[in-house]
Design a protein around this ligand. Sequence first.
Ligand code: PHE
Length: 351
Amino acid sequence: MGLAEFTAELEAMRSAAATAFASAADVEALEAARVDFLGAKAGRLRAAQKGLGAVAKQDKPLAGKHFNEAKQAIEASFAAAQQRLASNGSAKRTGPAFDPTVPGTPLVLGHLHPITQTIDELTDIMGRLGFAVADGPEIEDEWHNFEALNIPLSHPARDPLENFYLSTAKAADPAGGKLKQAATSEPTLLLRSQTSTVQIRVMEKTPPPVRIIALGRVYRPDTADATHYPMFHQIEGLLIDRHVTMADLKTVLRLFASSYLGSDVRIRFRPSFFPFTEPSVEVDMSWNDGWLEFGGAGMVDPNVLRSVGYDPDEVSGFAFGLGVERLCMRRHAIDDIREFYKNDVRFLEQF
Ligand code: PHE
């Protein structure tokens, strides 16, 4: 075979390969074209290489050079086609090209429930007045919820219709059958109806002076309406020291109310009765053109001090218990307590 003929054949193969690779629509088509041109056994390039043997001896160096050039060119156009399909493929996987200038999807940040926010703020205000946070269980015994608070067995506040008593495991056990008196030696438990329980728990453990607040849930079988809910939150305050008077109570509650609701809020005290305070008052705050009750307070009853081993001749103190929901409602002009517990994000989002 003459050199010119050999070179022409290579040239034709080179452009045929370039066209075949460039027009391969997918990986399979490209592979078929690769086998056709570059296949190790029966590829066209392999066949041309065999043809090299038929070229005249003096033409061989040049023919070999042309062969290598053609081989490289064909391999290069194959590699280019491979790359083209690979980038097409990845484009197919991810959709349109990434545009870094498009604004991102904003992250929706959650936040604390309005009651939790209120609790945090009240804790902060009372902390600045020197009151530390104390805690107690929501499932209580009758000693802490009633007895130690000077609420005797005969008191109407202990009525089963006024409280969420819990049946003990024994009483609830159907196999236990007849509920004997002996079996009820376990303490009767209930969901606490007031945070005053924490007063007792703290005083039982701590010698005076005491200056604490307790914040948490309380439970009463009230029918839910705009101002009542069977579960709500109270903030309890207790200060025990020598020579504590009603004036201290009024000062603390005034400072507390004006810190949380603003200096234009007015509060007033109405004589009242609680078994665990003497004298007792009901505390109202100004609301629109009237008054809204937000809790009770008073000087700790000597019987309560005695029940925890304090000497009423040595120390005295005041206590108060206020409704957290009421404070929050007053602050944000919310007119229905049930809003807090519907979990409607359109309501909750506003805080
Ligand atoms: N425990 C009372 C209630 O829940 C409130 C209170 C607390 C009153 C402390 C006086 C002193 O109604």
